[in-house]
Design a protein around this ligand. Structure first.
Ligand code: HSE
Length: 400
């Protein structure tokens, strides 16, 4: 009998309990033994829940119970969750989480503790919600040197962009919808300003390149500066706007990562990824390009990945799954302005000024006193330097 506990009975924690109830027979068959949710740790009570009798308020009850094999952490944040996770691992418990903030910031340290204690620390649900992507990246693509990983990593912002464009819903109303559907973070600023996608690209980069990239290494811009005007204008010219997280290995071996809204060509596979769906593309030097697609947020999709990790942890109790990356080294991270890109600008200038500053640009729209164009390919430092002499209204990255 495998017994486990859930810390944090919010959207994902409740989804874990629901899956357990719904699929208990098949989970037991796959595991080869029964599985029981023994405790739910939360500061609240849930009198109407069928699991109300499992609710406890004291972490010590869980961590000191020798019957508990696996602890699921769905508290979120990097404070209480960090403390409890560390103590749980040190106590020899396997820990499974959907907490991207915690893994992005403290993953390296927590995985080291897990290794010392010969227990599993698994976090498939932390990136892409229900999409299996971390395990395939780490295991199935292990034969590759990974050159690049990028994608739509936040369901809430993709949902907002889709609703604004397809249904003419306002930003605020679309955000409220995403919140009511259980997609958004407790503080949706983390979604809208790109912090959530930043944490996820850190985790993907950690696994892809085997070394720690921290959120402070990742220049991050969300969708709050994206206007409907630009979205409509670029759509007419055959592009879509998507918030992307991107990490790539430079020729000198250093890694660059960033999060920003991008123009993506309408025919690119990522352009058709709408609503809460996420898609992650990985380029390896043997496999080429592969894409992972599915629901990136929501109670049951995210809990689907959590419960699978619980089974995996239970099945690897003797021989833990080897997973980890080396600590951050500043010299392994490329400065942001060394990145090369094309960018989209909308400016209040004349054609001749654009021609002078960015000769060879692709003009998307030209009206009196307003030009929208895509620059030629150059370093971000150079793009910044040249852009200073123009009257900028909007600026977006371009995915090539
Ligand atoms: N708020 C996150 C999102 C939840 O919208 O993608 C899943 O990590």
């Amino acid at each position: 009998m495998i017994k486990f506990a859930v810390m944090g009975f919010g959207t994902v924690g409740a989804g874990v309990a629901e899956i357990l109830q719904k699929n208990s027979a098949l989970l037991e068959a796959r595991l080869g033994e029964p599985i029981e949710l023994k405790y739910i740790l939360d500061i609240r009570d849930f009198p109407d829940s069928p699991f109300s009798n499992r609710v406890v308020h004291d972490f010590e009850t869980i961590v000191n119970d020798e019957e508990v094999d696996v602890i699921v952490e769905t508290i979120g944040g990097a404070k209480v969750a960090y403390d409890y996770t560390k103590r749980a691992l040190l106590a020899g418990k396997h820990v499974v989480t959907s907490n991207k903030e915690l893994v992005a910031i403290h993953g390296c340290e927590l995985l080291k503790i897990a290794e010392e204690k010969n227990v599993n620390y698994l976090f498939e649900a932390a990136v892409g919600g229900g999409i299996p992507v971390l395990r395939p990246l780490h295991q199935c693509l292990a034969a590759n040197e990974i050159e690049e990983v990028f994608g739509i990593l936040n369901g809430t912002t993709n949902y907002i962009l889709t609703r604004m464009v397809r249904a003419g819903v306002t930003f605020e109303a679309a955000l409220r919808e995403a919140q009511s559907l259980g997609y958004a973070e407790q503080d949706p600023t983390a979604d809208v300003e790109g912090h959530d996608a930043c944490r996820k690209i850190c985790i993907l980069a950690d696994l892809a390149f085997g070394r720690e990239i921290l959120p402070e290494d990742v220049p991050t811009e969300g969708i709050s500066g994206v206007t409907l005007r630009d979205v409509e204008l670029v759509e007419k010219a055959g592009w879509r706007v998507k918030l992307l997280g991107r990490a790539l290995r430079q020729e000198d071996g250093r890694v660059s990562a960033y999060v920003a809204p991008h123009l993506v060509r309408a025919e690119h596979p990522i352009a058709g990824v709408e609503d809460v769906f996420n898609a992650i593309m990985v380029r390896g030097n043997a496999v080429g390009e592969v894409m992972f697609y599915g629901p990136g947020a929501g109670s049951l999709p995210t809990a689907s990945a959590v419960v699978a990790d619980v089974l995996d942890a239970a099945q690897h109790q003797e021989k833990r799954k080897k997973i980890g990356w080396t600590e951050r080294k500043a010299e392994q991270i490329a400065p942001w302005d060394a990145l090369s890109a094309r960018q989209y600008f909308r400016v209040k200038d004349g054609l001749h000024q654009v021609d002078e500053v960015f000769p060879g640009s692709e003009i998307l729209s030209h009206q009196e006193h307003e030009i929208a164009f895509i620059t030629p390919y150059m370093s971000c430092g150079e793009l910044n330097r040249r852009a200073k002499s123009l009257q900028l209204c909007a600026r977006l990255w371009v995915l090539e």
